[in-house]
Design a protein around this ligand. Structure first.
Ligand SMILES: *[C@@H]1O[C@H](CO)[C@@H](O)[C@H](O)[C@H]1NC(C)=O
Ligand SMILES: *[C@@H]1O[C@H](CO)[C@@H](O)[C@H](O)[C@H]1NC(C)=O
Ligand SMILES: *[C@@H]1O[C@H](CO)[C@@H](O)[C@H](O)[C@H]1NC(C)=O
Length: 262
């Protein structure tokens, strides 16, 4: 029986090591879903952890430093540019999420989009967000300094299918509280859609690589089990054969003894 112990112990070690290294990551979601905000905006950061009961406490990091928030939704009103930067979270059942980067601006107008890199053919939607949600009139969206769309009232700039020509620098301009104001310029990248896209401009979704690493791990574990199994088979088979030979030997000797017995 002791021969079984080393492989079993090894297997336990392997699975324990796997659990520590492969703890899934939490995910931080922004609500509203824009990564550029103005002062006085309300922001909710939501931590999607892996707790099956949903009652474990959440740890938050802002620019690498722990913050006092402990619940899975972190609500705050943007006070200054110091609220910008990287946010990460985790619960008791996961490792820290990839960072979410929040940019805080102080102007009257801010261009917002769900993403800044698009593949050819994807829709582009730009918002011209105003400070404290004030009313904006005579609104224009400009690309490379040229007005592309104008309206007396608020509208989102919508391009149903991105083309190469939509690659460029954008800003919005309008009248807020009697002043002619402009947003900062932001670059929108339009790429040829040759590689995988998950719609956020990320080339390969991390869930896909997670999946591949899981497949490799399973493959290795199955291979390991097969090797252990085969080893055990030959080991037991050799033992059995030698014990059969010993028994045969005893039988032969017994017969020989019986034959020679008077
Ligand atoms: C969460 O809930 C589970 C199941 O109801 C319970 O066993 C566990 O102790 C709870 N954990 C905390 C941190 O409250
Ligand atoms: C898009 O604009 C950027 C910055 O001006 C430039 O580097 C890039 O080559 C442009 N891409 C295409 C496909 O035109
Ligand atoms: C705002 O100022 C720019 C020049 O800086 C001008 O071209 C534009 O027409 C003005 N917009 C409005 C709505 O008056």
């Amino acid at each position: 029986m002791w021969q079984l112990l080393p492989p079993a112990a090894l297997l336990l070690l392997v699975s324990a090591g796997m659990q520590a290294a492969d703890l899934p990551k939490s995910v931080v979601l922004l609500d509203p879903p824009y990564d550029r905000v103005l002062t006085f905006d309300n922001v909710i950061l939501k931590c999607q952890g892996k707790d099956p009961f949903g009652n474990s406490s959440t740890e938050w990091l802002h620019n690498g430093k722990p913050i006092s928030a402990k619940s899975s939704s972190y609500f705050f009103t943007v006070d200054s540019v110091n609220d910008g930067g990287e946010y990460r979270c985790r619960d008791d059942f996961s490792s820290f999420s990839d960072p979410v980067h929040l940019t805080v601006r102080t102007g009257s107008l801010l261009l917002q989009s769900l993403q800044w890199v698009f593949q050819v053919g994807e829709p582009i939607q730009l918002r011209c967000h105003t400070w404290k949600n004030k009313t904006v009139t005579r609104l224009s969206y400009l690309r490379n300094g040229v007005v592309k769309k104008f309206s007396h009232n608020y509208f989102d700039f919508y391009i149903p299918e991105a083309k190469q020509e939509h690659n460029g620098s954008y800003f919005c301009r309008g009248i807020v509280a009697g002043n002619n104001v402009s947003s900062e310029t932001v670059h929108i990248f339009v790429q040829e859609g040759r590689h995988y896209s998950n719609g956020t401009g990320e080339a390969i979704p991390s869930t896909r690589t997670d999946f591949i690493s899981w497949q490799i791990t399973i493959f290795l574990v199955v291979g390991f089990l097969f090797a252990v199994d085969t080893g055990l088979y030959f080991f037991v088979w050799r033992d059995l054969r030698s014990s059969v030979e010993i028994r045969r030997d005893i039988n032969v000797r017994a017969k020989t003894l019986m034959t020679y017995d008077p």
